[in-house]
Design a protein around this ligand. Structure first.
Ligand SMILES: [Mn+2]
Length: 313
């Protein structure tokens, strides 16, 4: 039987995978038995955690949507994206039946199609709305996956993209999924997505490191995003050793590691080297054991470099 391929974007995130699966389940419940949940790339650690937790299969990997040998066009439903460079290869020769999305639009088609779009924090919030409109209760599994997607896209409601409908959806879905403590589950999910536990100290301090000249002083500033600042700081001695190795090799006056807590929207700063006053003066803090908490600081470009530069004058 001819399939209807339901897929999220390339380099899939949790929303792309979970929306594809839960929308496919809705289609099945509506009698569209030939719908198949697909993916365009490797599933992330965070997504795998959600799939395992709710007992869901990994969607079918889709290399392209080129026509069949006899010229029959593939039928495709796009979720969580619509821009050409994010779509499956061969989309220009496929038939797009529907798009369900919460991003800006940049899609031109040859034929009419169904578009369901809104300015909510997550595609799964729209998919859940479609369940309700159809009068169909999602399975435990689908409810858990939609909840996971919303938590992931909204960073547990902390993102400025989050709407009241996203929050309400998570509350309802958590009951349907049998996971009523969604905050605890959500933290575990986000921690899984940003864990640094499989990285060496040197990898952590160089993942996103930039060098700056600050009025004659050479400063390296690295940043990592995490929801597990405690776990990261528990490696402080090893991180400092890696930072000092870099200082000795490169002659830096200061090495600064910004450990940004994406949920609390602030950062720990860890600084080693002979010019820690750039941090203390720049942020008006006193370093204790080489660290300090910087409330509200999340952007190196806007909230770190300018202040340290000013302090170096
Ligand atoms: Mn999304």
């Amino acid at each position: 039987m001819e399939k209807i391929l339901i897929t999220g974007h390339k380099i899939p995130d949790t929303d792309s995978i979970c929306s594809a699966i839960s929308y496919t389940e809705l289609k099945h419940a509506q009698g569209v038995e030939n719908a198949v949940a697909c993916r365009l790339g490797k599933v992330s650690r965070e997504t795998q955690y959600a799939l395992d937790h709710f007992g869901a299969e990994t969607p079918l990997f889709l290399d392209n949507v080129n026509p069949d040998a006899d010229g029959t066009k593939k039928k495709v439903i796009l979720v969580d994206h619509n821009e050409r460079f994010q779509t499956p290869d061969g989309i220009e020769n496929a038939k797009i039946l529907e798009v369900i999305d919460h991003h800006k639009f940049n899609l031109i088609t040859d034929e009419p199609l169904k578009i369901v779009a809104d300015t909510v924090g997550c595609t799964s919030t729209i998919v859940y709305r479609l369940y309700k409109q159809a009068g169909i209760t999602p399975s435990k599994r689908a409810a858990g996956l939609m909840m996971s997607a919303i938590i992931s896209d909204t960073l547990l409601f902390k993102s400025p993209t989050c709407t009241p409908e996203d929050v309400e959806a998570v509350k309802e879905l958590s009951k349907l999924a049998g996971e009523e403590n969604y905050e605890e589950y959500g933290m575990k999910l986000l921690i899984e997505g940003t864990t640094l536990s499989d990285k060496t100290p040197d990898e952590i301090i160089t993942m996103d490191m930039k060098e700056f000249d600050m009025n004659g002083k050479t400063v390296a500033i690295a940043q990592v995003n995490t929801v597990d600042t405690k776990g990261t700081l528990s490696m402080q001695a090893d991180l400092e050793k890696a930072m000092n190795d870099r200082i000795n090799a490169k002659g830096y006056d200061l090495f600064v590691l910004i450990i940004t807590d994406i949920v609390k929207a602030g950062s720990y700063v860890l600084a080693t080297g002979k010019s820690p006053e750039l941090v203390e003066k720049g942020f008006k803090v006193t370093l204790e054991n080489n660290t300090a908490w910087l409330e509200g600081v999340v952007s190196r470009k806007k909230q770190v470099v300018p202040f340290m530069l000013e302090a170096s004058k």
